[in-house]
Design a binder for this molecule. Structure first.
Ligand code: SF4
Length: 358
């Protein structure tokens, strides 16, 4: 079986380990670019959100690279994410692609067992393989998170612009290629040390303002869609802290990793938001309030144009911004968004925060 899945940020690093350890060959399309987006946009209904369009483009590329199976998550989502796999499936079939489709519904995780049983035939083999694959995947994902988080901390203090991202990518590549847990640990140790050494001694003790990034999951996690906003903020001298990363998305939506923080955030959001309408709406509001409590200097709200849950959250964030006197930058993203426009708004936003600190 040669399987692919919707691409989102660095999620492919742990997921390819999961598949390989289940004896499934992963097919990873190249990182998204203009061509991928045009491809997805061309075959998507016009008003679909940008995550749908970009993931469709990625799936087309993966099928052209030889993938024969698509693995997709779905379930009773409150927003249109629940329809993604069915619509992707229909569009791709109509375009003449031949493939198997595995839809993992969050309400029916036991189906994974039956899928694996078809591959290994014997119960004990299914359990053994699955446990080992999950452990390795978890380790890899956690190490990826630690490296990415370290880079976010170091970037605003780096001695040479762009060096942190370069070093981070070098270690992420090593991590992607490694399958042994002990060697993964060594990569982490060396990576963290090398990243720590990139600090400019003159900036070591200076105050670094923190900016929280909230919004729709795909827009927060996928750097192609958000124009590498985390890197850019870091290079402008800010510690960018996304409420969600590839690791936390995988952990939360699989084994409810981080459920405690979710409960805390939901409690905080209650004053403004009582119903979950999907698309990280409660998280967006709750994490913004938590960030204010924790002394963050600004909040950036990223969301796809036409995303119903996040469009509603925008109105609440406007209110929160006024009530707590905190700058919030609202960025709506689609296939027509121009990078230079985002850069200009980002610099202006950072200037506002700098003026407040002076
Ligand atoms: S959260 Fe918004 S962008 Fe994401 S699938 Fe739902 S409607 Fe689309």
């Amino acid at each position: 079986m040669k399987a692919t899945f919707p691409y989102m940020g660095n999620i492919y690093i742990p997921l390819s380990t999961l598949l390989k350890n289940l004896d499934i060959e992963p097919v990873i399309p190249p990182p998204p670019d203009k061509e991928t987006l045009s491809l997805g946009t061309k075959y998507s209904p016009e008003l679909m959100c940008i995550p749908f369009k970009l993931t469709l483009g990625n799936l087309i590329k993966a099928l052209e690279m030889g993938a024969d199976t698509i693995i997709h998550c779905s379930g009773f989502w409150s927003c249109r994410y629940g329809y993604y796999p069915y619509l992707h499936h229909q569009i791709l079939k109509e375009r003449g692609y031949k493939f198997e489709y595995i839809i993992l519904k969050k309400e029916e995780w036991q189906n994974i067992y039956f899928i694996l049983k078809k591959i290994y035939k014997k119960d004990y083999k299914v359990i053994n393989k699955f446990i080992k694959a999950i452990i390795k995947t978890y380790y890899k994902s956690k190490i990826m998170e630690e490296l990415e988080r370290k880079a976010m901390e170091i970037r605003p203090k780096e001695k040479k612009k762009g060096i942190t991202t370069k070093v981070l990518n070098k270690y992420l590549k090593k991590l992607y290629e490694e399958d042994n847990i002990f060697k993964m640990e060594k990569i982490k140790k060396r990576g963290i040390e090398e990243l720590a050494n990139l600090t400019d001694k003159k900036k070591e003790n200076s105050f670094i303002p923190k900016i929280k990034i909230v919004g729709e999951a795909f827009c927060v996690v996928e750097p192609y869609v958000n124009f590498r906003i985390i890197e850019k903020l870091g290079e402008l001298g800010f510690h960018a802290d996304p409420f969600l990363t590839a690791h936390s998305w995988l952990g939360f939506h699989s084994i409810r990793l981080g459920n405690n923080i979710y409960k805390k955030v939901r409690e905080l959001a209650k004053e403004y938001w009582q119903y979950n309408v999907g698309g990280e709406d409660t998280n967006t509001i709750g994490h913004s309030l938590l960030a204010i409590k924790e002394g963050y200097m600004g909040i950036i709200h990223l969301h796809p144009f036409g995303c119903m849950p996040q469009t509603m959250a925008s109105g609440i964030l406007e209110k929160i911004s006024k009530e707590y006197n905190i700058p919030i930058l609202d960025i709506s993203l689609d296939e027509h968004t121009a990078e230079n426009l985002i850069d200009t708004r980002l610099s202006a936003f950072c200037e506002i925060i700098k003026k407040r600190i002076e």
